[in-house]
Structures are given as structure tokens and as C-alpha cells.
Write a protein that binds this ligand. Structure first.
Ligand code: XIL
Length: 645
């Protein structure tokens, strides 16, 4: 194993305070990751890998994914036994790593998975990096996944295990790498300061509260929704054993940073353990009086514990989630909740939630509430339950939409429909997929899709802001595109549904919310790369400061400042230079770039085109180099040479 650039990370962290403006650029492909760990088993050793207990781990030449060696694990007596590697100190808290392992069984077939075991205060937790994947003795299978360590640990090991069998297995060509974090943009408006009609929130998992992500979260958002940590499988995995290990760090972060919390969710048909619906006889529950009583008692016990645990820290609860199914004649989802207990599960849930959390606003939450049939069933249900006295305070619209669906008018009709009920409404899980069909897949989001998405965000936020008395908060289902549930739903592919990109930089979607003039046709982000030769392309009278702020084997970070030394303001600018060391820009923020061989041109980003006389604009980038990294000697602005400072 080779643990590489601690150096690179230190340098990047050290330069993170440098003031740089961010990118609302067109889709930039992610820069190549920096490899921090490699196990190729080519040197005849097991390269630091060991078993998880008494199994035997040894170098092998029986099979190899590449070269001639692999690692063989034999003598396994349980399926959880397998190869493991100490990565304490290798994986830094808050950095997202991509981990890849090749796996092959000696014979037979099974499922294999890749996980991390971590321990804090001697309590072990197991984070799955790649779930069950079919493996055999006939071929190598790759497991690749992403991992972010979100807590302080005293033990951290990467391991491979199988689902059921205990035969011998091989691994080979293990790598882990990360994409360097870019500085969070501090000089752009905070979403929460621009949208003042209601609190704006983001769904979070552990990865959103550390380092740059935490900074981005608190800069832009008023509230958070734990995306999974308060669900039944996380809080009561076995009957009457309550655990808040997942939610506690998120809740502590919210408290420290003054963020409101939406509790999600007390009752759902997904992410609910099977024991909940298993009768006293060990059989699946049915609509008998006995099963019904047991189910409602379990429900009551669950809510009494979970809703009470954080008390007034949770001001809003999604009490029930996704109970409508418009394909049913009565519009009611045939979940196990419903088939065993009828509507009483909803009545019980709201009654108990009100009792234990009288301060909290209680919501019924659902998706596709813009679809008229679904919307009308939801309306009818809320109306009926309210008439019975069930304490429902609000309707939650998830708003998982895409760049082509639905229309603003359909969304407005959705809001209008519930106004007569006199209840609150919240947008609870908004994201805007760049895909309009399950067959599409892009390795990186195309610029035209990002622009369409910006218009959707612009138009939807404008709509919500026209209903300040009705819409009492809007939450996005995630913080940035590096962690979105849409990467695996409804199919596996890279999606980009949020306001910030995978490097935490503001997207056109962000500008759609914050300052739509930046994404209107003919201006700003939409056009800065191609049409900024316009009114005043910035001729003459300029000074340039080019600083390499971090450097590591094969890569570097630079910041560039352009100063207008002329007497008149610039409306836009375009800076050109030649690299002499074979450098290649991988990712740039604060502008849009093109590179052809050594020739680089950087145009302004949407918001930093205007430079007053004497003023300046900055951009930064990550680049690669091979032979050397000499600083460019000459720069020109709109064709005229600049002074180099
Ligand atoms: C999603 C989470 O984001 C995923 O991490 C998880 O694997 C599945 O659930 N509607 C809801 C949310 O109400 O709870 C779902 O969250 C997304 C759809």
C-alpha cells in the first residue's frame, strides 16, 4: 500500500482561505482524482491487508486481475470474514473518497460487498460503501463506491465480505482517491438572505456537516432535514430498542449552528423494518383485530419515543409519508400499514405526535402532488381527517421534479388546491433532475440541461415566493450534486439536481434562485463562454497576478487576479495566456475557460464581468502538470498585453 499526498491535502486546506470567486460555469468535467491508496499485490506481499478474525490472508499467484499477483483469503468460517486494511489516518474526516476493489471467488457464486468499520469510544459502526454485488469464481468483478468519514474515530478499516458463503476469495487492484475540495464561495449571496419569505432548507446525511459541506450548508440554509437518520430503520431497528446514533451528530450540528430541523418521517412504508409488520405468531400481519392492535401499539410506542427524544428541537414533523396511491379507486396506498390497520394508522400517528410534541407542526407528506388525481385524493383525505379532528397542520409537497416536468401552472394549481383547507404547505424535498426519461445518462451534466434547470429553479422559486402566507418553508433534497439520492433512483446514473455542483460551487440553478438576471438568455452564465466579446471586451490597461497556491505530484492550484488599470469600467473581460510547461487546466471557478494545447482563454463568470476602473476580479483553478510548472510570463486582456505583477 502506498499512502500518498497528505501533502496535497495539507496544501489545499492551507489555501482554502484565499479569497476566490466561484463558478457558475457550464458543466466542467470533474478533475481526475488524486490516488491515496493502491494495493496491486505485485510485490509478493499482502501489502498490509489482514483478515477480520482468524481467517488466513496471503499473497497469491493463482489468479490476478492485472499483473501476476492478488490477495487470497482462505479459512473463512463466517461470511463477514474477509480481507481488511487499516485506513485510520489515510481517510480524512470530511473528504469524499472513491474506493475501487476487484473481487473474485475461488469457486462458486455469492454476493460480495465493500464496507468500512469504524469505532468511536469502542462502539463499532459499519458503513456500506458498495452493497451486495454478484461475484463468481469465473471472473473479476469491480466494486466501486464513495465514502466520506463524518465522525472522529479511533479505528477505521476497509473490508470486503460476502453475503452468505464462506469459500476462499481473492481481491486485487484496490485503489482509493479523492477529488480535491474547492474553497466554498464566500462572496456570493446566501440563498437564505435572498429568499426571505420562508426558511429554506436542505436534506442532510452525515457527509453534509463536515468541513466545506458544513460551511456551504450554514452559509445558504436556514433549516435541515435529516434525510435518513430519523426514519424507522435508523431509530428503532429492533423492537423497543431506540438508537439515535445517526441523528445525534446532525442534530448537534443544527443546534450549534442555529438551523431549524424538519423531522422526517414517523410513518412510511419504506425503510421500516420487517419486524414491525410481523405478528406475535411470527407470521406477516393481516387485518385481524389482534394484529391491528399490535401494529397500532408499536406505532404509538415508536412515536412516543422518537418524537419525544429531541423535544422542541424538531419544530415540524412529517408524521406520515406517501399514503396516497392514485391508482386505487379510493386513492389510498395499500401499504402494510393500511392493509392491517386501515386509516387508523394515520389517525393514531397524528394523535400521538400531537400529544408528545404539542409544539410541532404536523405534516402529511407526499410526492407528485401536482398530478391532479393524486392531489385531489390527498385533498379529500386531509379534508376528511380534519373534519374528524385529526390534528394535521400542513401538507408537504415533495416536489421531486425534472427539467421538463411539471409546468409552473400545474404546480400553482397544486398550491391553490389546498388553500381552502386553511392549512400550511411546505415544499419538503425539492430537486430538479437533469433527466426527463429513464433511458438517459450523461457522464457530466450538459450545459443546456443546467440552463434549463436554472429556469425551472427560477420559475418555481418565484412561484413559491408569491405564496408567502401558504408556503411556510422550502427544503431541497440534498446540499450539492456530490450526494444526491437521484444517483441511484430511479436508475443508476450521475444526476445533478441541486443548486451546487459536485465541487460545491454555485450552478446556474443557484443563480436562477438568487439572481435570475445572470441566467437570462444573452447574459450571464448562459452565454459568458461564447458571447462575452460583446459591448466592452476589456481592451488594454490591465495588471495580472498569477499565484500557484498549492502543488503536489502531478497537480497544482492557482489563483489569478485581473485588475482594471484603465480609466473606464469593463462590462466583461477575457484573459489569455500560454502555458510553457504542458500544464492542463482541470477545473476552473470564477470564470469559463477554454484551452487548446498551451493556449488558455478565461472569460468572466456570470457575476464578475463588471470591473470598475481600479477594481479587480479573480478566478482560480486546479491543473495538472508533468515536466514542470513555470508561471506564465505574459497575459493579454482582449488582445492587449497586461502588466504582470
Ligand atoms: C431517500 C433518501 O434520500 C435515500 O438516501 C434513501 O436511500 C431512500 O430515501 N421520498 C422521501 C424520502 O420521502 O424519504 C426519500 O429519501 C426520497 C423520496
Amino acid at each position: 500500500m502506498r499512502a500518498l499526498p497528505r501533502l496535497a491535502l495539507a496544501l489545499l486546506t492551507a489555501t482554502a482561505t484565499v479569497a476566490v470567486v466561484g463558478a457558475a460555469t457550464d458543466a466542467a468535467a470533474d478533475p481526475p482524482p488524486i490516488t491515496i491508496l493502491t494495493s496491486d499485490f505485485e510485490d509478493g506481499s499482502s501489502q498490509g491487508w489482514a483478515g477480520r478474525s482468524a481467517e488466513t490472508v496471503a499473497h497469491s499467484t493463482a489468479v490476478a486481475h492485472s499483473g501476476t499477483g492478488s490477495l487470497l483469503v482462505s479459512g473463512r468460517t463466517a461470511s463477514w470474514q474477509g480481507p481488511s486494511l487499516d485506513v485510520l489516518g489515510t481517510f480524512e474526516k470530511g473528504t469524499a473518497y472513491t474506493i475501487s476493489v476487484w473481487v473474485r471467488l475461488a469457486s462458486g457464486s455469492d454476493n460480495a460487498r465493500l464496507s468500512v468499520e469504524r469505532r468511536t469510544g469502542e462502539v463499532a459502526s459499519y458503513d456500506q460503501v458498495v452493497g451486495n454485488t454478484a461475484v463468481t469464481g469465473d471472473a473479476w468483478v469491480n466494486l466501486t463506491g464513495r465514502y466520506t468519514l463524518a465522525t472522529d474515530v479511533e479505528f477505521l478499516r476497509l473490508y470486503v465480505e460476502t453475503a452468505s458463503t464462506t469459500g476462499d476469495l481473492h481481491i486485487d487492484d484496490v485503489t482509493a482517491g479523492y477529488v480535491p475540495a474547492l474553497p466554498v464561495q464566500t462572496d456570493i449571496p446566501s440563498v437564505k438572505d435572498v429568499v426571505t419569505e420562508f426558511p429554506v432548507g436542505a436534506a442532510i446525511t452525515g457527509a453534509e456537516i463536515v468541513t466545506g459541506h458544513g460551511e456551504l450548508l450554514t452559509k445558504h440554509f436556514d433549516s435541515v432535514t435529516p434525510g435518513n437518520a430519523l426514519k424507522w430503520d435508523a431509530t428503532e431497528p429492533t423492537e423497543n430498542t431506540f438508537t439515535y446514533a445517526q441523528a445525534d451528530p446532525l442534530m448537534a450540528f443544527a443546534r450549534t449552528n442555529g438551523l431549524a430541523v424538519r423531522g422526517h418521517t414517523l410513518v412510511w412504508h419504506n425503510q421500516t423494518p420487517a419486524w414491525v409488520f410481523t405478528g406475535a405468531d411470527g407470521e406477516p400481519m393481516t387485518a385481524t383485530a389482534e394484529d391491528r392492535a399490535l401494529l397500532l401499539a408499536r406505532l404509538e410506542n415508536h412515536i412516543r419515543n422518537v418524537a419525544a427524544h429531541y423535544g422542541t428541537d424538531i419544530g415540524v414533523w412529517d408524521v406520515v409519508n406517501e399514503v396516497i396511491d392514485e391508482s386505487r379507486p379510493d386513492g389510498l396506498r395499500r401499504s402494510q400499514w393500511y392493509t392491517v390497520a386501515g386509516l387508523d394508522y394515520i389517525r393514531t400517528a397524528f394523535r400521538v405526535a400531537r400529544e408528545v410534541a404539542p409544539h410541532a407542526k404536523l405534516y402529511i407528506n407526499d410526492y407528485n402532488t401536482n398530478v391532479p388525481a393524486k392531489r385531489d385524493f390527498l385533498f379529500a383525505l386531509v379534508q376528511r381527517l380534519k373534519a374528524e379532528g385529526v390534528p394535521i397542520d400542513g401538507v408537504g409537497h415533495q416536489v421531486h421534479i425534472n427539467i421538463g416536468w411539471p409546468t409552473v401552472a400545474e404546480t400553482e394549481a397544486m398550491i391553490d388546491r389546498f388553500v381552502p383547507l386553511g392549512i400550511d404547505q411546505q415544499v419538503t424535498e425539492m430537486d430538479v433532475s437533469i433527466y426527463t426519461g429513464n433511458g438517459e445518462s450523461f457522464p457530466a451534466p450538459p450545459a443546456d440541461r443546467l440552463l434549463k434547470q436554472a429556469y425551472v429553479y427560477r420559475d418555481m422559486f418565484a412561484l413559491f415566493r408569491r405564496y408567502p402566507g401558504e408556503i411556510t418553508s422550502v427544503t431541497l433534497w440534498g446540499l450539492a450534486d456530490d450526494n444526491t439520492w437521484l444517483d441511484t433512483f430511479p436508475v443508476t446514473r450521475k444526476d445533478a439536481p441541486l443548486l451546487f455542483d459536485t465541487s460545491l460551487q454555485a450552478k446556474p440553478a443557484y443563480w436562477g434562485v438568487v439572481d435570475p438576471s445572470k441566467v437570462e438568455p444573452g447574459t450571464g452564465a448562459s452565454a459568458s463562454a461564447s458571447t462575452d466579446t460583446g459591448t466592452n471586451p476589456g481592451t488594454g490597461s490591465c495588471a495580472v497576478t498569477y499565484r500557484v497556491t498549492g502543488s503536489w505530484p502531478g497537480g497544482f492550484q492557482a489563483d489569478v487576479k485581473v485588475t482594471n488599470t484603465g480609466a473606464t469600467a469593463l462590462a466583461s473581460w477575457r484573459l489569455a495566456w500560454q502555458f510553457t510547461g504542458g500544464q492542463q487546466i482541470a477545473q476552473l471557478w470564477g470564470g469559463t475557460h477554454t484551452q487548446s494545447g498551451p493556449a488558455v482563454t478565461v472569460g468572466n463568470a456570470a457575476w464578475n464581468g463588471g470591473i470598475a476602473a481600479g477594481g479587480s476580479a479573480s478566478f482560480g483553478f486546479l491543473g495538472g502538470w508533468t515536466g514542470g510548472n513555470p508561471v506564465p510570463a505574459a497575459f493579454s486582456l482582449g488582445g492587449t498585453a497586461c502588466t504582470v505583477l
